[in-house]
Design a protein around this ligand. Structure first.
Ligand SMILES: Nc1ncnc2c1ncn2[C@@H]1O[C@H](COP(=O)(O)OP(=O)(O)O)[C@@H](O)[C@H]1O
Ligand SMILES: [Mg+2]
Length: 318
């Protein structure tokens, strides 16, 4: 059984389609990153999975249960950090954990939890005196009180400085090592890339790409290409003497050749050499996740729709 199964999930606020027919499954022990710009529909999706919002349509199974109909049972088994987590100002992390344990009616090993989230040194400092990162760690600590196998973290590092972000990453990695299944939303690409086994890129309520970051780059990126610094006649020469697709940028004085096969590189360079013309620096380039992300979320809505259809067909083949 998959801990999370979502099929054709939809949710509108009035005429706004916040979640517009998304499907995915998450495997046990997987860290799944929901990546997307503000307003993409990440929080709506995660809160529906947590049983905090009602969906309009579609199927959602969390640990085999419908989170809306079986909210109580689901809440007992999951850990949650809401977006913009905050707590009573005068409460210490230690007290907060004890308070939550009472609420859940469970015995919590307070010291172990504090260590797990790297907060043991701050256990007796009141919430309002903690740094942003320590506040988030308090949230993480609370999400662990009921020893959940499944965690939902909604933008756990937004607004934190780079060091604090890395400290949160470390905690998340430790939780992953303990085989917890984790759903993480973020608008930071590096965070999704660092932590997630798989990523879904969301935009306008739809999933526009899903898979490992390598898969996403391969499926949606423009592939590997060779760039040669040189002048127009060289580009023309290579074009005339090979079957390669040769593009030329006058302003950058750069010849770009997509490499469909590795041997294309040898063909291009041998031909350049044969031309007897001057050529400068050479390099190969491939789209990064940033390049792909920017191109995906800037596509007009209609085109994204097409892509989602193709993607979901592909997924079902696996
Ligand atoms: N309770 C709500 N009522 C009306 N609109 C909402 C509500 N919650 C979210 N929205 C809108 O739905 C869209 C998706 O929001 P959200 O799920 O919070 O996205 P994200 O978490 O990716 O930023 C946004 O346009 C947001 O303004
Ligand atoms: Mg959000």
């Amino acid at each position: 059984m998959f801990p999370i199964e979502v099929k054709n999930l939809k949710k509108s606020y009035g005429s706004l389609k916040a979640v517009d027919g998304i499907s995915f499954t998450i495997k046990p022990g997987e860290v799944f990153g929901l990546l997307g710009p503000n307003g993409a529909g990440k929080t709506t999706t995660i809160e529906i999975m947590e049983g905090l919002r009602e969906r309009d349509s579609g199927e959602v199974k969390i640990l085999g249960l419908d989170p809306w109909k079986n909210g109580y049972e689901v809440h007992k088994k999951i850990g949650v950090i809401p977006q913009d987590f905050t707590f009573f100002e005068k409460t210490t992390p230690k007290e907060a954990i004890k308070y939550y344990a009472k609420l859940f009616n469970v015995k919590a090993d307070v010291d172990t939890i504090l260590k797990e989230v790297l907060l043991d040194e701050m256990e007796n400092h009141v919430f309002e005196s903690l740094s942003g990162g320590q506040k988030q760690k308090t949230g993480l600590a609370l999400s662990l009180v009921n020893s959940p196998e499944l965690l939902f973290l909604d933008e756990p590092t937004t607004g934190l400085d780079p060091n604090a972000r890395r400290a949160i990453w470390e905690v998340i990695r430790k939780l992953k090592a303990k085989r917890k299944t984790i759903v993480l939303t973020t608008h930071y690409l590096d965070e999704a890339q660092q932590l997630s086994d798989r990523v879904a890129i969301m935009d306008h309520g739809r999933i526009v790409a899903i898979g490992t970051t390598e898969e996403i780059i391969q499926q949606h990126g423009s592939g590997e290409r060779l760039e040669i610094q040189g002048e127009q006649p060289l580009a023309d020469y290579i074009r005339a003497n090979t079957e390669l697709q040769v593009e030329y940028s006058k302003t950058k004085e750069k010849i770009t050749i997509p490499l469909k096969k590795k041997i294309d590189m040898l063909t291009a360079l041998t031909t350049a050499e044969q031309s007897g013309m001057h050529w400068g620096e050479i390099q190969t380039r491939q789209d990064s996740l940033d390049d792909v992300f920017i191109s995906l979320i800037n596509k007009p809505l209609g085109e994204q729709g097409k892509e989602v259809k193709q993607k979901s067909n592909k997924k079902e083949l696996h």
